[in-house]
Design a protein around this ligand. Structure first.
Ligand SMILES: [Cu+2]
Length: 277
């Protein structure tokens, strides 16, 4: 009984994960990267049985944690990996990619597009530290700017520009008002009526942080961009799995540009290799 159950789970998980790894790498052609030996084996179909044989050898799901609960070491790792991918040019590429007009804001595409965008960023962080996962900033609970990032104001060189990150967070009461519609968004029973208010809250938090974050042409240069979007992504996953969300997906045809991903690729965060804890 125990044995059969275990076998079934592995059979389900392995191929999905393998395909997604391949897709992530295919969609990262411009970014410098390295690959761990376990990742290499994981991607090789002929080595699939090794995953079952030596599960301890393969990395577990990336656990994205609440930023307020991170240890000093975890905070330092995020900042360090962020600085490394800034120095190697990856972050600049991602900023320019985000500035491209892919219609990923103010509509149904917001959540799926940024889910994949965060995944590329996280994969880049893993080149420097395999234990770093994107923390999330739960602005319904922490209605102030995450203090450990307050002094982190990087200069980011994109292929075309130099960005000096600035910000000017507002009062807590302003942020509280901005995000107060979250419970009612989570209570919506179809994707469009969930996505609408979430788009508004998304933009409101960008404006509240201010400076670089208030301009979609440069916002991913601010390290808090990723924590903000991880929280939106987490709320989406929470809604999707709730009775109100009922596992509904947005209706988006074709490729999610500029990538080869399609909407079904964006549905399951476990298949994508991460979870929220
Ligand atoms: Cu964006």
């Amino acid at each position: 009984m125990q044995k059969a159950k275990k076998g079934a789970r592995e059979k389900m998980a392995a191929p999905i994960h393998g395909n997604m790894d391949r897709m992530i790498l295919e969609n990262l052609p411009i970014l410098p990267r390295s690959m761990t030996f376990s990742k290499m084996l994981e991607m090789d179909k002929a080595s699939a049985s090794l995953r079952n044989k030596w599960p301890w050898f393969f990395p577990p799901l990336c656990a994205r944690k609440n930023q307020a609960t991170l240890s000093d070491v975890e905070k330092a790792r995020y900042i360090c990996a962020f600085n490394m991918i800034n120095n190697d040019g990856t972050l600049g590429h991602l900023v320019d990619l985000h500035a491209g007009a892919y219609g990923q804001h103010g509509n149904l595409l917001l959540l799926p597009w940024h889910r994949m965008f965060l995944l590329l960023f996280e994969a880049a962080l893993h080149n420097y530290h395999p234990d770093v996962c994107i923390p999330y900033w739960d602005w319904n609970e922490e209605q102030y700017f995450p203090d450990w990032l307050a002094g982190i104001l990087p200069t980011v060189h994109t292929p075309t520009r130099t960005i000096n990150v600035i910000r000017s967070p507002g009062m807590g009461s302003w942020l509280a008002g901005t995000v107060s519609g979250t419970p009612s968004a989570l209570a919506q029973t179809n994707y469009n009526s969930f996505s609408g208010p979430i788009n508004g809250i998304h933009g409101g938090v960008h404006m509240w942080v201010g400076g670089t974050m208030s301009d979609a042409g440069v916002s991913p240069a601010d390290p808090v961009f990723w924590l903000h979007h991880a929280n939106l992504d987490r709320l989406w996953w929470q809604w999707y799995n709730s009775p109100a969300g009922g596992h509904q997906n947005p209706i988006i045809a074709g490729q999610i540009l500029p990538w080869t991903y399609t909407e079904p690729d964006t549905r399951n965060i476990i298949s994508l290799g991460y979870k929220y804890v």
